[in-house]
Design a protein around this ligand. Structure first.
Ligand code: PAF
Length: 278
């Protein structure tokens, strides 16, 4: 397995692989079992797998954790190699962006970003759509793998692929959880031992809402309020129910319902997200 830092070098390697199925797993590193499941799937389904490891400054707001985001390239590369990936693409910021202030951005429509994470993180999804477009163009991948934990991101990327006619199949991969239910996330490394109980409240709230639905409760307010009670002790950013196909507000009990939660966990103010079809 090779670690490549330069775009031209990667393009040269991939030039004679145009007839092959190329799988891309875009990541920001600090890889965990959730990422491992994406990489395994790509290795199974493609002739060649590229894992990108790039902490993308354009998707972080000014008061967010870009500087402290965990960077563990050596360990990440070992995991990728063990899982059978062919290339880790780990460019420096100035290799990807000559000037982040004068950058052509890919901007998802307002209707897709005026809610949930897009509302609390202005500009975030422009940064995600832009870097993912660049990675698609650089690698010429035929399939790309994204985790369902970032449900709004997945929705936006699928829409972007359709709207901009990218020749890439998006493969959604299920959320991977710890035994107690905590969804795996690179940001879990910020959590203190004593905050675990609070961190688990996101999963517990989602599970409880699902149980209520199974008992026949379909009132959105009751479902959200009941979940909110379980989240006491965390700083809830949002709790919403949407139709997972359209990401519009869930209106009708016959529609599928996806509940999404974002909450900050003390004392490190770690912002966690999670979701579940309820
Ligand atoms: O989900 C992530 O880790 C990032 O948003 C992504 C898709 C790698 C783009 O930087």
């Amino acid at each position: 397995m090779k670690i490549i830092h330069k775009i031209e070098e990667l393009k040269n390697i991939l030039k004679d692989k145009r007839t092959l199925e190329i799988g891309l797993v875009p990541t920001m590193g600090a890889l965990h079992e959730g990422h491992a499941s994406l990489i395994k799937k790509s290795v199974e389904q493609n002739d060649f797998t590229v894992v990108s490891v790039f902490v993308n400054p354009v998707q972080f707001g000014i008061n967010e954790d870009f500087d402290k985001y965990p960077r563990t390239l050596e360990k990440d590369a070992k995991l990728c190699e063990n899982l059978g990936a062919d290339i880790v693409f780990a460019p420096a910021v100035d290799e990807m962006y000559q000037d982040t202030k004068e950058l052509t951005l890919v901007c998802p429509p307002y209707s897709a970003i005026n809610k949930l994470c897009g509302k609390s993180r202005p500009g975030h999804f422009d940064g995600v759509a832009t870097v993912v477009s660049k990675l698609f163009n650089i690698t010429g991948c035929t399939k790309a793998y994204f985790g369902q934990k970032d449900a709004q991101q997945l929705f936006i990327i699928k829409k972007m692929v359709k709207d901009l006619n990218f020749n890439v199949e998006i493969v959604p991969c299920p959320i991977v959880r710890e035994n107690d239910g905590l969804a795996l996330s690179s940001r879990n490394s910020y959590l203190k031992e004593e905050s675990r109980e609070d961190a688990l409240k996101l999963y517990k709230a989602l599970k409880y809402a699902k149980e209520l639905r199974q008992k026949g409760i379909n009132d959105r307010q009751i479902l959200c309020d009941s979940a909110l009670k379980i989240l006491e002790g965390t700083l809830v950013d949002y709790i919403e129910i949407v139709n997972p196909e359209t990401f519009e507000d869930w209106q009708d009990e016959k529609e599928p319902a996806l509940m999404l939660i974002a909450a900050k966990i003390a004392p490190t103010d770690t912002r966690l997200i999670d979701n579940m079809e309820i």
